[in-house]
Design a protein around this ligand. Structure first.
Ligand SMILES: CC(C)(COP(=O)(O)OP(=O)(O)OC[C@H]1O[C@@H](n2cnc3c(N)ncnc32)[C@H](O)[C@@H]1OP(=O)(O)O)[C@@H](O)C(=O)NCCC(=O)NCCS
Length: 195
């Protein structure tokens, strides 16, 4: 199985790495928090078995494809603080969907941005994607800010697309094209060169 694991992606403060069963407790901590699942498609977890199931799904997908799920871990301790994944791969059109969540104790420090910048770089280079999509609840301001900082553009709005947490919820639909990503990388490197 080892040769089908996704590569570890390292950033200044983080390691994006494949899941292991040692992540059960940390993963449960993330998704048993009402604040984290407020705009997620399922309710807060109540049992460790739900964390085990997510890990099993990730491990199976490392062998069979269809989902590339990473643990976002602190580089110093290797503790899992969140997850990010690419799924819904459509090879012919070179597109897929992005998902992410961070434990609430780690919000507001730029960790999600740092992790997703590495994941998206990997998706556009090694995986040769042309387009990455994200579907968020329009009330999820932190998520919208994050996507926009990464260069995503809002492309659509779909009312009452989900029924979760006892209510209908809308979708704000975002897309990031490879050419937006390349333009952004170019302007960031020119800004850095200009000092
Ligand atoms: C969406 C989510 C990942 C965003 O997390 P986040 O910590 O706000 O995102 P970032 O990593 O981009 O951090 C940005 C914030 O950190 C601050 N920050 C502090 N140090 C920073 C640094 N070194 N670099 C960048 N930002 C930094 C920024 O000012 C910014 O704050 P602001 O949003 O108030 O302006 C988080 O809210 C979450 O997990 N929510 C629950 C799950 C969820 O809704 N997922 C999306 C469903 S589709």
């Amino acid at each position: 199985m080892t040769d089908t694991l996704p590569p570890v992606l390292s950033t200044a403060r983080l390691r994006l790495r494949p899941f292991t069963y040692d992540d059960v407790a940390s993963l449960f901590r993330v998704f048993s928090d009402e604040q984290v699942v407020r705009f997620w498609s399922v309710g807060a977890w109540t049992e460790l078995a739900q964390a085990e199931k997510m890990i099993e799904e990730a491990l199976l997908a490392y062998r069979e494809g269809g989902l590339s799920r990473y643990a976002i871990a602190l580089a110093e301790t290797d503790e899992l603080i969140g997850i990010c994944n690419l799924r819904g791969f459509f090879e012919q059109n070179r597109r897929c969907e992005l998902g992410y969540a961070l434990g609430s104790a780690h919000w507001g420090r730029g960790y999600a941005f740092e992790a997703l910048e590495a994941l998206l770089g990997h998706a556009f280079s090694a995986l040769d994607m042309n387009r990455i999509e994200a579907d968020i609840d329009p009330r999820n301001d932190a998520s919208a800010r994050l996507l926009e900082r990464l260069g995503f553009r809002q492309e659509g709005y779909m009312p009452e697309r989900w029924f979760v947490h006892g209510e209908y919820a809308d979708t704000a639909f975002y897309g990031l094209l490879r050419r937006y990503w390349d333009e952004r990388s170019l302007s960031r490197s020119s800004a850095a060169a200009a000092g």
